[in-house]
Design a protein around this ligand. Structure first.
Ligand code: IMP
Ligand code: MG
Length: 175
């Protein structure tokens, strides 16, 4: 394991998830929503958020990787798993672990709207605004974080640390 400095405790995470759940339940109380988990990093947050809702959403999953970072805005998303539900006319809420450059969510949102979703909003547990390269804002944010590399609560570094129940700053990579 690398060196991990605790950043957000389980209790702090639970408090933020509860208030996001309340707000989302209120905003979507008259509108059926399709809650979409952006795999893999959002999986832990997604399961907690789902149980913090007082509405009963449909759920689905997608997995993408993004290429073209740093090469203007002409990069591409590669889908490893597509949403299996019919999305035409649906109100989608994308659930992501963190927005960094904004590349993934910017292109994902465009793609889902192009494919016929009625609306597409974004809920990101963490937001690193200092790193943003594309003009995209999450509609729901758990917490703004500084430009540090965070792990735990689903977030990984080379597929490690996802299991940690808290969020920490990775201060030293494994050698
Ligand atoms: P974006 O397309 O640059 O916004 O990248 C977002 C993706 O990069 C997230 O879904 C994460 O998988 C990953 N990522 C960005 N920052 C971190 C971090 O601090 N820790 C772990 N993964 C991160
Ligand atoms: Mg991710």
């Amino acid at each position: 394991m690398g060196n991990i400095k605790p950043y957000l405790s389980q209790e702090q995470i639970a408090g933020r998830v509860a208030s996001l759940g309340k707000q989302i339940s209120l905003d979507y109380r008259h509108k059926p929503v399709l809650l979409v988990c952006v795999l893999k990093g959002a999986v832990v947050f997604f399961a907690d958020l789902l149980r913090a809702l007082t509405i009963d959403p449909q759920i689905d999953f997608l997995q993408v990787s993004s290429y073209g970072m740093g090469t203007e805005s002409c990069g591409k998303l590669t889908f490893h798993k597509e949403i299996s539900a019919d999305i035409i006319g649906k109100h989608i809420l994308l659930v992501e672990d963190i927005i960094d450059t904004g590349f993934t969510l910017y292109h994902l949102k465009q793609d889902l709207l192009n494919k016929g979703a009625a609306s597409c909003k974004i809920c990101a547990f963490l937001d690193k605004p200092a790193r943003r390269k594309l003009d995209i804002k999450a509609d729901y944010v758990g917490m703004e974080v500084p430009d540090e590399f965070l792990v735990g609560y689903g977030l990984d570094a080379g597929e490690q640390y996802r299991f940690l129940p808290y969020i920490g700053i990775l201060t030293q990579q494994d050698s």
